[in-house]
Each structure stands twice: as structure tokens, then as C-alpha cells.
Design a protein. Structure first.
Lengths: 132, 409
């Protein structure tokens, strides 16, 4: 988790991440510089870490100027939902759950001999497991 | 050039206000260089104004770094600036601690140069922050496990030592010089090496992850800082025998540090390429053979090492300043080659082609706004240096009674 109210945007964590998994929000919109104007959905406030965050440079709760990363849709998980990527995956290729619960589906899958992890040798203790 | 009235010390037998004349006369070499540097500073600040407007209105959209290469020109210049600050301070350390008498007249100049370099470096990193208004969080939420947190402490302590030492020089408190120089040197070694640790502790970046990085950064900073002092002494210092002796005294340190830096560069590069472990070697191949290999061979090696070695081959004072300039240019190249290649290698195979976006690319060139703002910060540093030099009269070294004059109210 990244505290958007305290992050100074130094991007040291981005440099330190072995997976290039962190991103810096420089204030861009995906649909900027396209024939159509910036789409309305992009300008809606993001709902991260339980706080409604309007996009604005230097507004305290805004994610702009901060480092960002996947937080497994924490706000959805806390509401009893799955992360958005798991919900939308058209191949049903992703699973999410509590690996410390031995009876859960993910705990069963993690015990599979097909499991691989990325760069676990760096001591990162990744929480993403791949079934090869 | 604006002048100010100054009250000379009483022992000169000249009570009352007397006009200040440009050091050595209005057409002296020092005065001409000073005017040229003021003009350069003005040009830099004018350019920087454009860059600053873009930085303030567009935020980081004006820069070309992104999420795969999050650091660029400004971080390279930040590292260069604080490293040079360390090296410039070391000249004062040589004078006050090691007792190198020939360097004593230029020790105050070195301290001013150190302060200006530090100001430039810290301004660069502050402007680079995504949320610069939160910079104080580094102290307010300090953690002993954060290398960056420790650097913030060292910068603060160093600034205090530097200011105190300048005060001691200005007020002729001889008894303070040695202990303050010692304290400043200790902190200087800590933060100069710590800069290398900032990079060296990152296990995710094999190009950076080496115990040699703190040593390299300290050695590079010392070289660059002595070079900065050489440039300052060669340009704005009052002409005379003391200046000549000081330039000649700097020469062996420049040569020794050049040799040390060349050795460290050779060792680090060849050992990494010899093992040829892809994660380690890929960044070095990028440096030596990539599209920007000219920065390494042309700037870092040819201009930064070979040219100054040739200029310093004979003990000629006139060449020391030029050697210092070449070293400084090469040093900036070396910091660009430290920061960017470490980030320009993909952490995961296939990531380079997974997304198509200008912020998700492993190619980086500084934007126009980055260059303009860099010019502005350098201009600001020049203003600080020239202004403080004039205020403290550190460029007047040839008179037997040379001393900083009190400023008239």
C-alpha cells in the first residue's frame, strides 16, 4: 500500500521494484492527444484505499505526483468482492483469495507442483503465484 | 556590474567608507571572468524561467521520464551537485586539517563553491520530486532504515558545518577552523559515500548493486569538487603568486583522483563484463555499445579522463582550470551513465514490448523543459557562488592583509 497523503513522489520505490510493477502518476490521461477529448471516465475520481480521489496536481488526496501500484483492489476486497482484474478476466485465468486459509481454493492451487514465482530468490516473498 | 560601499578594517588606517573596485581592477582577468560568469548565470536563469513555468504548470508532464525510467537528467545532476560539494569541501579540509599551506588562501573560495554546488544538487532533487511540497516528510517521518533519511540528516549537518566554517573564516576565529573542518569532513565522507549507497543497496538493479558504489561516488565527488575549485581559482581568483601556488597545489590531487577514478571505472566495468551474467552485463553493454555510447567514450573517458591527464601532464598553472572544466564535464557524463542505464534494462523479459506508451518505455532523452530548468539551476548556483564570493571577499588572496571585509550597514 502507498499512502497518497505522505508519498513525496521521489520514485525510489519504483527504482527499487524488481518487477517494474510500480508506476509514477505524472498526471496523464490515456485518451489525451487523441481525436476525441479526454474521456469522462478518466476524469472521475479514483476509489483507492477507501478514499475518493479526484485527479488534480498537488491536491492532497490526489494520486498525481505519487507512486502507484496494484493493491489488489483493496477497497473491493474489503467489500467482499474480487479484484477487478479477476472479475473481468475472460479466460477465468486468475484466482484471488486468502492463502493462509488451508481450505481456500488459492491455498489448494498454491500447493500445486506447477507453481512458479518471479524473482523469489531476491527475498521479495511475492504474493503472486503462476501455474505453469 | 553593481558595486557596494564597504568599510575596510580599522587596522588599514583607512576609517570611513571606501568604494569597492572590481578585484584587481575593472579590466583584470579575474574581473573579466567574473563578468562572463555573471552573464552565463543570467543566460541560465533566463532559460530556467521557461523550464520552471513548464514545471509549475504541467508538473511532470513536461519531463520525459516515466514509470520504467523514473529518474533522468535532474537526478543525475543532483548526484553530481552534492558529490562536487563534497569534493570542494575537501579542499578546505586539506588546508585546515592536513595543513596544506598553498591551499589555505583558496579554502574560503572552496567553501563557497561547495555551498553553491550543494544548493544546486538539492534544488535538482527537490524539483524532481512528485510532491515537492512534502519534502519535509523526509525529516518529519524519518526512519533509521531509510538511506534517503540518513542522507537528509547528513545534508543538514554538512550545511551547518559549512556555514559555521565560513563564519569562522570570516570572523577570523582560527581556533574553530580545525574542529569544524574535521566535523565537516566526517559528514562529507558520510554523505558522499551515502550517495553511492542510495544506488548500491538496490538489489533489484544489478548494475547498481555493488559495495563499490559508495567508494566510487566518494572518489568521483572528490575529483569533481577539486575540479570545481580549480575552475573557480583559475577564473575569478585575484591574480598573483598565491593563486599560482594554489593551482599548482591542486594539480597532484587532481591527478591522483583521476587515476583512482579511472581505476575504479576500469575495475567495475571489466569485472562485470568478464562474468557476462546478463543481468549485470546488459547495462554495461548499453553504456559501451548502445545508442548513447558516445556519452561514455566521448565525454566520460575522452573529455573526462584523457584530456585532463594530458593537460595536467606538466605543472603549468594555466592548464589546471581547463583540466578542471574537462573533469567536470566528464563527471556529469559519468552520472548520466550511472543513473539511466541502471533503469534502462528491463526487469522482466518481454516487458519492453508489453505496453505501448511514452511513459512505459526503456528509452529516455531529457525533454527541453528538463534541459532549460537544468540551465536555470546552474545559473542559480553561479549567482550564489559569485554573490557569496563577492560578499565574503574570498577571491582576494594576494594582499598580505587579505581578509573578508565587514559589510557596511
Amino acid at each position: 500500500a502507498i499512502n497518497y497523503e505522505e508519498c513525496i513522489g521521489c520514485r525510489y520505490c519504483i527504482a527499487a521494484c524488481p518487477y517494474n510493477a510500480r508506476a509514477f502518476d505524472s498526471g496523464e490521461y490515456w485518451t489525451a492527444n487523441t481525436p476525441q477529448p479526454v474521456q469522462a471516465y478518466e476524469q472521475l475520481p479514483a476509489f483507492e484505499y477507501g478514499v475518493k480521489r479526484a485527479r488534480a496536481i498537488n491536491r492532497d488526496a490526489s494520486p498525481i505526483g505519487n507512486a502507484r501500484k496494484c493493491q489488489f483492489c483493496q477497497h473491493r476486497v474489503e467489500a467482499g468482492m474480487l479484484p477487478a482484474c479477476v472479475t473481468t478476466c475472460i479466460g477465468y485465468a486468475t484466482y484471488f483469495g486468502d492463502a493462509s486459509d488451508p481450505d481456500s481454493l488459492v491455498a489448494e492451487l498454491v500447493r500445486s507442483p506447477r507453481v512458479q514465482q518471479l524473482k523469489a530468490e531476491l527475498g521479495t516473498k511475492p504474493r503472486v503465484f503462476y501455474l505453469a | 556590474m553593481a558595486t557596494a560601499s564597504v568599510t575596510l578594517p580599522a587596522r588599514t588606517g583607512q576609517p570611513g567608507r571606501q568604494p569597492v573596485v572590481p578585484l584587481g581592477g575593472p579590466t583584470s582577468a579575474a574581473a573579466l571572468w567574473e563578468r562572463a560568469l555573471w552573464a552565463l548565470a543570467a543566460a541560465g536563469i533566463a532559460a530556467g524561467a521557461f523550464g520552471l513555468v513548464q514545471r509549475l504548470t504541467l508538473g511532470h508532464l513536461a519531463a520525459n521520464y516515466g514509470s520504467y525510467i523514473p529518474w533522468g537528467l535532474w537526478i543525475a545532476l543532483y548526484v553530481a551537485g552534492v558529490g562536487a560539494a563534497a569534493g570542494a569541501f575537501s579542499v578546505a579540509g586539506l588546508a585546515y586539517l592536513a595543513g596544506v599551506r598553498a591551499l589555505r588562501p583558496i579554502a574560503p573560495l572552496a567553501l563557497v563553491a561547495s555551498g553553491a554546488s550543494m544548493a544546486a544538487g538539492l534544488t535538482f532533487v527537490w524539483l524532481d520530486l512528485g510532491r515537492p511540497e512534502r519534502a519535509l516528510n523526509l525529516l518529519l517521518r524519518w526512519s533509521p532504515r531509510s538511506v534517503m533519511g540518513w542522507m537528509t540528516v547528513f545534508y543538514g549537518l554538512f550545511t551547518l558545518a559549512l556555514v559555521a566554517l565560513l563564519y569562522a573564516v570570516w570572523t577570523k576565529r582560527e581556533g574553530w577552523l580545525r574542529p569544524l573542518a574535521a566535523a565537516g569532513t566526517a559528514v562529507m565522507v558520510a554523505f558522499a559515500g551515502g550517495e553511492g549507497a542510495l544506488f548500491g543497496v538496490l538489489g533489484a538493479r544489478p548494475y547498481w548493486n555493488s559495495g563499490m558504489r559508495p567508494i566510487e561516488f566518494l572518489a568521483g565527488g572528490l575529483l569533481a569538487g577539486v575540479a570545481v575549485v580549480a575552475i573557480a581559482a583559475a577564473t575569478v581568483l585575484e591574480r598573483g603568486e598565491r593563486r599560482r601556488a594554489a593551482l599548482l597545489a591542486l594539480r597532484p590531487y587532481l591527478l591522483a583522483l583521476l587515476g583512482l577514478n579511472a581505476l575504479l571505472l576500469w575495475a567495475e566495468t571489466t569485472l562485470s563484463l568478464y562474468a557476462a551474467i546478463p543481468a549485470h552485463a546488459e547495462a554495461y553493454r548499453l553504456v559501451l555499445q548502445g545508442p548513447h555510447a558516445w556519452v561514455f567514450w566521448g565525454i566520460q573517458v575522452a573529455v573526462g579522463i584523457i584530456l585532463p591527464l594530458a593537460l595536467l601532464a606538466r605543472p603549468v598553472p594555466a592548464t589546471v582550470g581547463f583540466a578542471g572544466l574537462a573533469i567536470l564535464v566528464g563527471y556529469v557524463g559519468s552520472k548520466l551513465n550511472m543513473v539511466i542505464p541502471g533503469l534502462a534494462v528491463s526487469e522482466l523479459q518481454g516487458l519492453a514490448s508489453a505496453y505501448v506508451h511514452e511513459r512505459l518505455t526503456f528509452h529516455y532523452l531529457p525533454s527541453a523543459a528538463e534541459w532549460l530548468l537544468a540551465g536555470g539551476v546552474v545559473g542559480m548556483a553561479l549567482v550564489l557562488f559569485l554573490g557569496a564570493s563577492r560578499l565574503l571577499r574570498v577571491t582576494s588572496v594576494e594582499s598580505p592583509a587579505a581578509e573578508p571585509a565587514a559589510i557596511a550597514p
